[in-house]
Design a protein around this ligand. Structure first.
Ligand code: NAP
Ligand code: MG
Length: 493
């Protein structure tokens, strides 16, 4: 067994069962088999985790440790993750249904995130500021405190790393809640943090129903900051609830990212990049480029190549070599995806490829969906406006730059976007006008440790993965000191 059969909660450096003993099953979405049971946290367990994180913070053990030493421990976490790379890949594929290649890339990135923030920890510095004679002012960056971090199922370990690594680097303590579908790698990470020498209580992991314990976490007075990645609607609920205690909030939410293919692009590169941009991770990516805009002059040529390559995408056992798309996360998600395809047809769209659950013996168990391409779409249709979060791309034809920029921006979201063109001026002109946190120019990928990742508009706010993320885990303290030789007597009494 490369994973455990049961995962209790991880609180204060120890595995503990939930206070009422309840557990839930976690499954392999490619086979529907139960792979482990997991403790289901209660509100009481949330209290314990928050108390542990608070005590670890107040004791000063972690926040007052030198940044250099915290950095060394983050490097040690990365080293241990590298040693267990294959186990992480195995657990992630088993629990999420994603392919081995996708899991490898994401786990490598999670490791590099820890390495990036290990190096970045020591860059957190204050300033001295110009103040009137007789005064002296300096600022200190202090950790914000206890962080409640709630993450989704699409990139389980990577999302954990995006949140835990900068929080630890800044000196914060953490209560991490992974998604109920994909809890395993978060627990593996917690064990490694402890093994690396991170003090007890600094990293706590709890699992349980987001709709039951999530709101309790968000409203908890013992938590100073909430960092959330997930659906836009959940993000809105979180923001409302966080207002009661004025928590610091960062939100990484949904998207409906435009992928713009100009007639002067390298068609081969644009076809490959557009294909990867939507079908990578079985389309379950926040930055999935799910609205494909193709210039009318190359539409036929582009679509012929795009559809031909879409037909060569292999769906199947995610552990098998050569498979491009694994399972989707759950039966209910598979049904949501399928209902969007039916809606597209009702709205006047045309299924150009896929549009159904694949057939055959290997698909009898598990949750599958074919790579799906829908043409004859207008940007105001629901399938062009709502996040499907599956392997479904809608295609639209455009005439000129102005028109496509306008349509690209006609969405409540603003997370990713992509531009395919050989015209350098056009690439950056369009990039400057797209209202989104990320623009990919002739690139199918968008995220490396160090590149800010996050949204405009209803895709959220705050940036992850970057140096500036550290600031979101700190408060600035301004220390003003009087250094004059005569006592001040401002009342003159
Ligand atoms: P979700 O349904 O919003 O759930 C995300 C997390 O929130 C889970 O841990 C969930 O717990 C918990 N949760 C559910 N209801 C809650 C509540 N009322 N209060 C607090 N927490 C609550 O999102 P998902 O379906 O897991 O993930 C897909 C979404 O994530 C997509 O919209 C995608 O675009 C977005 N995403 C965004 C980014 C980005 O960087 N912008 C990256 C990746 C994914 P349970 O699992 O127990 O329900
Ligand atoms: Mg959800």
């Amino acid at each position: 067994m490369r994973i455990k059969q049961h995962y209790p909660l991880f609180i204060n450096g120890q595995y503990v069962e939930s206070s009422n003993g309840e557990v839930f099953e976690t499954i392999n979405p490619a086979t529907e088999e139960v792979i482990a049971t997991v403790a289901k946290a209660t509100k009481e367990d949330v209290d314990h985790a928050v108390e542990a994180a608070r005590a670890a913070f107040e004791s000063g053990k972690w926040p007052k440790m030198t940044a250099a030493k915290r950095g060394r421990l983050l490097n040690q976490i990365a080293n241990l993750m590298r040693e267990r790379f294959d186990d992480f890949v195995y657990a992630e594929v088993l629990n999420s249904g994603k392919t081995v290649d996708a899991a490898k890339g994401q786990i490598l990135q999670a490791i590099e995130d820890f390495e990036f923030y290990a190096a970045a920890a020591i860059t957190l510095q204050g300033d001295t500021n110009q103040v009137p004679n007789g005064f002296f002012n300096y600022t200190v960056k202090e950790p914000v405190g206890v962080c409640g971090q709630i993450i989704p199922w699409n990139y389980p370990l990577m999302m954990a790393a995006w949140k835990v690594a900068p929080a630890l680097a800044a000196g914060c303590t953490v209560v991490l809640k992974p998604a109920s579908y994909t809890p395993i790698t978060a627990y593996m990470l917690a064990e490694i943090c402890q093994e690396a020498g991170v003090p007890d209580g600094v990293v706590n992991v709890i699992t349980g129903s987001g709709s039951e314990i999530g709101p309790y976490m968000i409203e908890h007075p013992g938590i100073d900051k909430v960092a959330f990645t997930g659906e836009t609607e959940t993000g809105k609920d979180i923001m409302r609830r966080a207002s009661g205690t004025l928590k610091r909030v960062t939100l990484e939410l949904g998207g409906k990212s435009p992928n713009i293919v100009f007639d002067d692009c390298d068609i081969e590169a644009a076809v490959n990049g557009s294909l990867y941009g939507i079908f990578y991770n079985t389309g379950q990516s926040c930055e999935a480029r799910s609205r494909l805009f193709v210039h009318e002059a190359i539409y036929d040529e582009f679509m012929e190549k795009f559809l031909e390559k879409a037909s060569r995408i292999r769906v199947g056992n995610p552990f098998e070599k050569g498979v491009h798309m694994g399972a989707v996360i759950s039966r209910s998600h598979q049904q949501v995806i399928d209902s969007y395809v039916k809606l597209a047809v009702e709205e006047g769209g045309e299924v150009l490829y896929g549009g159904k659950i694949p057939e055959g013996e290997e698909f009898e168990k598990g949750y599958w969906y074919m790579p799906t391409v829908i043409g004859n779409v207008k940007n105001d249709m629901r399938v062009a406006q709502e996040e499907i979060f599956g392997p479904v791309v809608v295609v639209m034809k455009f005439r000129d730059e102005e028109e496509v920029i306008q349509q690209a921006n006609e969405t409540i979201f603003g997370l990713g976007s992509a531009v395919w063109t050989k015209d350098h001026g056009r690439a950056h002109r369009v990039a400057s006008r797209i209202r989104a946190g990320i623009v990919m120019v002739n690139s199918p990928i968008s995220a490396f440790p160090g590149t800010p990742f996050g949204g405009y508009k209803q895709s959220g706010f705050g940036r992850e993965l970057a140096l500036e993320t550290l600031n979101l885990y700190t408060e600035t303290k301004s220390v003003v000191s009087y250094i004059g030789s005569k006592p001040l007597n401002l009342f003159g009494i």
